[in-house]
Design a binder for this molecule. Structure first.
Ligand code: SF4
Ligand code: SF4
Ligand code: SF4
Ligand code: SF4
Length: 306
């Protein structure tokens, strides 16, 4: 017989305190559900449902939910929410609570972080393939192959004298977004942005500080040609963490736009990149289920059109 779940409204304040979120403002509009990239890929991560359960005080149930580990930390649910509820903060605090209660052991959490590292390394490889318009099928075997494939980034030392003549123009373009200053030039390379970035696991693959430094050095060709700029989740954490008010997420968005405008990337790339990430996130959720011993979802082998 199914167990009856009883609301525990007395726990609502506790949950709000954990995540510093205003869950009681949610009016279940579903904007967060439509915006979540993992939900778009799998239909299995509903920030709205998590917020609703939090409003019912179902803390014990929430910390045992598989969904809280599917989250990429991209912050889109919080950005789109008309009531500033911040579901992403709530989910992150539930992950922390699950660790504190040892529902998830440190060993499993370490494996989870390794899986996240694999995810972003594979995203780099897939972005690279999409840039070259290569076809592939993303299945379990391919995941491992893509993870193990070498990441070929330029290793040679940069000659400042050899930087292109149009570097000043490029630097000026990165220094503003739609007329608003991005403050790129006042970065003093403290690394604060990298420490909060949910994609930063390996400097060669993605590091906001490295990208900002390359922009400031006007390394136009290297940066606009790189798969790395497409890995940014636009979560804005780098911008919020920067004491110099450098707006990292806008700089990377501007670099992406420049790559398209200047032909470093073909016009079909954004469509290919979106499709391939949908396939990848479905695999990621499957791997999380397997790691945490949740019920395995049967996900069809999905050809990713590129
Ligand atoms: S977008 Fe905000 S108000 Fe709408 S369902 Fe999500 S959390 Fe609730
Ligand atoms: S932060 Fe998590 S729940 Fe929110 S949109 Fe991103 S992946 Fe979905
Ligand atoms: S946090 Fe700001 S100042 Fe520090 S490296 Fe990042 S962009 Fe530069
Ligand atoms: S917006 Fe900033 S913190 Fe977020 S993924 Fe992009 S570089 Fe990282």
């Amino acid at each position: 017989m199914m167990e009856i779940v009883r609301p525990r409204p007395e726990l609502r304040e506790t949950i709000m305190g954990l995540g510093e979120t205003d869950i009681n403002l949610c009016y279940t509009c579903s904007s967060c559900v439509c915006e979540c990239p993992v939900n778009i890929a799998t239909n299995r991560l509903s920030p709205r449902s998590i917020v609703w359960m939090a409003n019912l005080g179902l803390l014990d149930e929430l910390v045992s939910l598989p969904e809280i580990w599917y989250c990429l930390g991209c912050n889109r649910c919080s950005q789109i929410c008309p009531m500033t509820v911040k579901p992403a903060n709530l989910i992150s605090s539930l992950q922390w609570e699950a660790r504190c209660r040892q529902i998830v052991s440190e060993e499993t959490f370490r494996k989870y972080k390794t899986l996240c590292f694999e995810l972003h390394r594979i995203r780099w490889r897939l972005a690279s393939n999409c840039l070259q318009d290569r076809n592939f099928v993303l299945n379990g075997v391919r995941w491992q192959e893509l993870f193990e494939a070498p990441v070929n980034t330029a290793e040679e030392a940069v000659s400042f004298e050899a930087l292109a003549a149009d570097s000043k123009e490029f630097k000026e373009a990165a220094d503003n977004y739609l007329g608003d200053p991005t403050n790129a030039s006042v970065c003093f390379t403290c690394g604060g942005c990298s420490s909060v970035c949910p994609v930063f696991y390996d400097r060669k693959i993605f590091d906001p500080l490295r990208i900002l430094r390359m922009a400031n050095l006007s390394m136009k060709g290297d940066i606009l040609d790189s798969p790395s700029i497409w890995l940014c989740l636009a979560c804005e954490k780098c911008t919020n963490a920067c004491t110099q008010r450098v707006r990292g997420h806008l700089i990377i968005r501007r670099l992406q736009e420049m790559a398209l405008e200047q032909g470093f990337v073909d016009n079909e790339f954004p469509r290919r990149w979106k499709e391939v990430q949908i396939a990848l996130y479905a695999r990621f959720v499957e791997k999380i289920d397997s790691l945490f011993n949740f019920n395995q979802s049967e996900i069809e082998e999905q050809p990713a059109a590129t």
